[in-house]
Design a protein around this ligand. Structure first.
Ligand code: NAD
Ligand code: GLY
Length: 377
């Protein structure tokens, strides 16, 4: 990938995502989300709706509401239940209820204040309320700042498969306030680091090396390290999405580790493992598969496994069935959106910083699952 790797300047920076008339900017820094000037460029509307959840609302909703009241006459707030298990039609309806109860018109701007769950659901609500209203992402988890708030994938889960119902719908703006990460639990920080690590093996070897050298600083939330990790991740995601917004090809590389990861999430029950934890472990599995396919060597697989473990993420796959564990993984992975005619397509690494799509015989995938669900890999 031909991307310049500028050391991110502090305190605030901007990454642009270039999608013709759907282009927008990602503001990264501190003291942003409750600063009214950050929102001044947005087009005028009478009302705004902040969508948040029961954990984030007491921390940040009032401050965002006050900032938005400078621009909008009415700023409503809807508080959703917290958790991946609530990323459902029922919860989505709470957003529509709030919009209708407050007589919100088609200029109403939705603000997603929270992690990826809130962001994905708010985006889907914005895509469908009155056939489309504008929305802004204000991500408050590391995972949402480096991945889910950028690129316009929105949606909800179905009991049979993760993120199976949704739409591509781009936000007007993304506001990544690093200050909000101070209240993030350590386990959630690690989950976000999984998506940061992902960008190394799929696109940028220098970034992978930088993450290895700075993992302690990232875990300690050292501001300069966090700012660089968020900025570089957003640059790589913007570069990929700018070329393939609707995932007709290249964008699938962003799903490295996700095919195995989604099976873990659905198989254990949503919310049991965090999305980032499942992706971290899924990347270990996908790396082993890459090696088995002859694309990378064992040393590189070990390098990734060590980094993922150092980030505080699980590297041994959970047992999803006591009778036929590998069979259960395969069954769940066939529901993946990348599957074609029932054939699972894996994102694998083909060299140290390049990802490609490959199929693999079931017997080989079974071998990898058996290996990766065993403590002594
Ligand atoms: P999440 O939204 O569940 O947030 C994690 C937890 O942190 C929640 O309990 C939340 O209430 C809490 N929280 C959020 N901000 C906080 C803060 N500042 N301080 C304290 N607590 C805070 O999970 P997530 O990891 O942010 O996102 C995972 C979701 O994102 C999954 O549903 C996944 O499918 C989705 N996702 C989507 C995309 C995409 O491109 N749209 C990409 C990656 C992941
Ligand atoms: N997180 C995968 C994507 O945005 O395509």
């Amino acid at each position: 990938m031909n991307l310049s790797a500028p050391p991110s300047s502090l305190p605030n920076s901007t990454v642009s995502i270039d999608l013709a008339d759907r282009s927008y900017s990602i503001a990264i820094g501190s003291g942003l989300f409750d600063n009214p000037r950050v929102y001044s460029e947005l087009s005028a509307a009478q009302s705004a709706l902040i969508v948040t959840n029961a954990t984030v609302a007491p921390l940040y909703a009032q401050r965002l509401q006050q900032a938005l009241q400078v621009k909008y006459e009415k700023v409503h707030v809807v508080v959703l239940p917290d958790g991946e298990e609530h990323k459902t039609w029922q919860t989505l309806n709470l957003i529509f209820d709030a919009l209708l109860q407050n007589s919100c018109d088609r200029k109403t701007v939705l603000f997603a204040l929270g992690g990826g769950v809130v962001g994905d659901m708010t985006g889907f609500a914005a895509a469908s309320y009155m056939r489309g209203v504008p929305f802004v992402q204000v991500p408050t988890t590391l995972l949402a700042q480096v991945d889910s708030s950028v690129g316009g994938k929105t949606g909800i889960n179905h009991p049979m498969g993760k993120n199976m119902i949704g739409a591509f719908y781009q936000p007007l703006k993304v506001v990544c306030d690093l200050g909000t990460l101070k209240t993030l639990p350590a386990r959630e920080l690690s989950a976000g680091l999984a998506e940061v690590i992902k960008y190394g093996p799929i696109a940028d070897l220098d970034f992978l090396t930088w993450i290895e050298a700075n993992m302690d600083a990232l875990l300690a939330q050292e501001p300069t390290a966090l700012a660089h990790a968020v900025k570089r991740s957003c640059e790589i995601k913007a570069w990929v999405v700018g070329q393939d917004e609707r995932e007709s090809g290249l964008r699938a590389i962003l799903n490295f580790g996700h095919t195995f990861g989604h099976a873990i999430e659905a198989g254990l029950g949503y919310g049991e493992w965090l999305h980032g934890e499942a992706v971290g472990c899924g990347m270990v599995m996908a790396a082993h598969l890459s090696e088995r396919l002859g694309l990378v060597d064992a040393a590189y697989v070990q390098r990734l496994r060590t980094l993922i473990q150092k980030a505080g993420l699980p590297v041994v796959g959970p047992v999803l069935s006591n009778t036929d564990n590998a069979g259960r993984y395969l069954e769940l992975m066939r529901v993946d959106k990348k599957a074609e005619a029932g054939e699972i397509r894996f994102v694998v690494i083909d060299g140290p910083a390049r990802a490609v799509m490959r199929t693999a015989p079931d017997a080989m995938v079974r071998e990898i699952i058996n290996l990766c669900c065993t403590e002594s890999v």
